[in-house]
Design a binder for this molecule. Structure first.
Ligand code: AMP
Ligand code: MG
Length: 416
């Protein structure tokens, strides 16, 4: 049985090797952030964004005060003649000469001749004269033209996941329209005779289909386009028909029906369809029965049906696949470190991912981040994940952990 690290590495290896065969899903599309910037959030940039000119485009003051020659401020008893004003958008056109200065405001161009900005608070103004009350050094309080970016420089590289700063940068350099990778279309198919849709009224032993909802949300968070493919009953011909139809998408994610019970038919049906199975179990709890295979030319993940198992196995194994397919290099497993608040003792031979909360002491008191495992009823307990902001990772090599030990923390995306 694979460890979770090896299973994840296997997914990355297979998807990366075959991404070319799925090339049609890597094509890019144009988006326009001047219409709705939120559409670009989380998308992967498919071209380099370049600076259209130097940034800042001129020597830009970062204080309100006076532009002057630094040497003049150092001259004892100097009185500088105020010869004009430079404000944001309206430059002073002349040259600052010896014992002269120009009133300047934040964001304004530093006039020629001046090589420092002296803050207003460090001066005294007497009519048309300014008396420096502090020395200034050359280059003080302004940003040189081109210091932030040179014309033609790549300011946001292809492959970057777009968030607010990247969008601000695109806007700054005048790129309203640019290419992003098309999101992989991911079919989501649940299985189980007990499942009903959200709109239906459950009978006493029926369960609402929550996995299709959490999976759709996780797909969207990972940069994919979720396609809800419904639910298949635990019956071979229906499963087969629904899998075949769902495989019109570019990736298939299923949940349920992969344990060893007599109604767990998913792996068998995939095999009947000629699937190549890379693994069908991983040494983790929750989530041990998890299938990754290739069926009819498409990657297929069949995740265990217990809601928390579905969530955790998606984060571990499906996220890197969707990252590759959306044109982004897969991130290494994002483990934080925290100090365990209490001892933990697990048994068995598998790694554990336990719903937990990490908290950082307030900035003033300082101290280490602490993690506390939450009470839970096992892998059907969605509420435990709602209360959690992370999962404590317990590796097979260390199933007993002491209070105060530094441990691995797997963040809940969007919560940490
Ligand atoms: P299975 O993996 O099919 O044996 O299902 C394991 C447990 O997860 C059972 O209690 C199922 O009722 C539950 N389950 C399976 N699929 C879903 C789903 N789509 N939504 C909510 N619970 C599910
Ligand atoms: Mg089932």
């Amino acid at each position: 049985m694979f460890s979770f690290e090896d299973a994840r590495a296997k997914v990355i290896e297979v998807i990366a090797a075959r991404a070319g065969a799925l090339a049609k899903i890597r094509v890019s599309e144009t988006i326009d952030i001047s219409r709705d910037p939120s559409e670009a959030l989380g998308r992967i940039l498919a071209e380099d964004i370049l600076a259209d000119r130097n940034y800042p485009p001129f020597n830009r003051s970062i204080r309100d005060g006076f532009a002057l020659r630094a040497a003049d401020a150092a001259t004892p008893g100097a009185r500088l003649r105020l010869i004009g004003e430079s404000r944001a958008g309206v430059a002073f056109n002349g040259v600052v000469g010896e014992l002269e200065c120009v009133r300047i405001l934040t964001g304004a161009p530093v006039p020629r001749g001046a090589n420092a900005v002296l803050m207003h608070e460090h001066t005294r103004v007497e009519g048309d004269f300014v008396i420096p009350e502090q020395a200034a050094h050359a280059g003080q309080h302004y940003v040189l033209a081109g210091a932030e970016a040179r014309v033609g420089e790549v300011v946001v590289p292809r492959g970057t996941r777009l968030s607010y700063a990247e969008l601000a940068m695109a806007a700054e350099v005048g790129r309203a329209r640019f290419q992003v990778s098309r999101r992989p279309r991911v079919a989501i198919l649940s299985t189980g005779d007990e499942l009903i849709s959200l709109g239906d009224k459950p009978g006493p032993f029926q369960i609402r289909n929550s996995n299709n909802i959490s999976l759709a949300a996780q797909v969207a968070l990972a940069g994919g386009e979720p396609i809800l493919a419904g639910n298949a009953r635990d019956e071979i011909s229906e499963l087969r028909a629904r899998i075949e139809r769902a495989l019109e998408a570019e990736v298939l994610i299923m949940s349920g029906g992969v344990s060893a019970g007599r109604y767990d038919l998913v792996e068998k049906v995939l095999q009947d369809l000629g699937a190549q199975i890379f693994f069908d179990a991983v040494a983790i709890r929750p989530g041990k029965p998890v299938v990754f295979g290739w069926c009819c030319g498409k990657p297929v993940f069949a995740l265990p049906g217990n809601p928390v198992s579905t969530m955790v196995t998606f984060e571990l194994f499906v996220v890197p696949a969707l990252e590759i397919l959306s044109g982004h290099a897969p991130d290494p497993l994002p483990f934080y470190k925290a100090k365990l608040a209490h001892p933990v003792a697990e048994k068995g031979t598998v790694a554990h991912f336990l719903p937990a909360r990490i908290a950082w002491p307030s900035g003033e008191t300082g101290g280490d981040p602490k993690i506390e495992v939450l009470l839970w009823e096992g892998s059907g307990d969605i509420g435990a994940v709602v209360r959690a902001n992370c999962f404590l990772v317990i590796h097979t090599s260390r199933l007993q952990l002491e209070a105060g030990e530094w441990v691995d923390v797997f963040p809940r995306r969007g919560k940490l």
